[in-house]
Design a protein. Structure first.
Length: 276
């Protein structure tokens, strides 16, 4: 009887030891799973965080309704910084939209601040000093005069400004928002790419009060449809503006929306300066 009790107690003890090993293994597995889940959650948080989140900025965001939806950033002209990008905009720690036309690393549209092109030296090919090949609509902010204009020019040397040290100029294609009878012929003369194809579009528009709108749509549309959406949705009197590069280059960094186009690198960006 004593032998039997000892035997049963020993078996129970052995069984308990086995159970303890099982619980240790199970606890270890659960800890590993918890660590994996936590790492995945942190990775997701990192993916959702944009490089421009929390930066000081000065703009008002709005979006239009309708078939062609415009995403719009209203900005003071003094808060615009034309800058080189060289990456998809989402990778740049700045708010704003894409700029002018380019090929490879060469900028084919004017992009000048205070007589300095953003992508090289004055007079240099691909620097942003020229609207390559054609005279094209270029939106100019004359800081000394406090006035906007769209000037059809071939180079920075052709720009009419009050002070060469106080202006910026962004090249594109004339929208002629005030001249319904002229815009299509002017767009053809300025060689607007893919005018009749349904593509992503972007643009710059100002009004007579001095407000500037940075515009991008993630709806594919023709140039005429985009222009009509601008006329319907952008507020203000005396509006005028330009088409910018489009399709996969149509990109926007904002707190409210991130539009990535096809995530291609763009050579130039129209950025919103700090000053929240």
């Amino acid at each position: 009887m004593l032998v039997s009790v000892r035997f049963e107690f020993g078996g129970w003890l052995q069984s308990l030891r086995g159970h303890r090993r099982w619980w240790i293994v199970a606890a270890a597995v659960l800890l590993v799973l918890f660590a994996v889940i936590l790492a995945a959650l942190r990775l997701t948080d990192d993916d959702e965080h944009e490089v421009f989140d929390g930066l000081p900025h000065s703009y008002i965001y709005a979006e239009s309704s309708g078939e062609i939806q415009l995403h719009m950033m209203a900005v003071k002209p003094e808060d615009i910084v034309l800058r080189r990008a060289g990456q998809p905009l989402r990778q740049i720690a700045a708010y704003g939209i894409n700029g002018g036309f380019f090929y490879g690393d060469d900028l084919l549209s004017i992009a000048i601040m205070n007589d300095v092109p953003v992508n090289g030296a004055p007079q240099g090919y691909g620097s942003g000093w020229f609207n390559a090949k054609y005279e094209r609509g270029t939106l100019v902010w004359d800081g000394a005069a406090g006035a906007f204009s769209v000037q059809v020019v071939a180079s920075g040397g052709d720009l009419a400004v009050s002070d060469r040290g106080n202006y910026w100029a962004q090249g594109g294609i004339s929208m002629n928002l005030q001249h319904e009878e002229l815009w299509a012929a002017a767009a053809a003369a300025e060689h607007l790419p893919f005018e009749g194809e349904r593509r992503l579009r972007s643009g710059l528009v100002y009004d007579q009060s001095g407000k500037l709108w940075l515009l991008v749509t993630n709806s594919r549309c023709t140039a005429a449809e985009f222009r009509t959406a601008v006329q319907r949705a952008v507020p203000g009197e005396g509006r005028e503006g330009i088409f910018l590069d489009g399709d996969g280059s149509s990109q926007m960094n904002a707190d409210e929306v991130v539009l990535t186009g096809d995530s291609r690198p763009v050579v130039q960006m129209i950025a919103v300066a700090g000053g929240k």
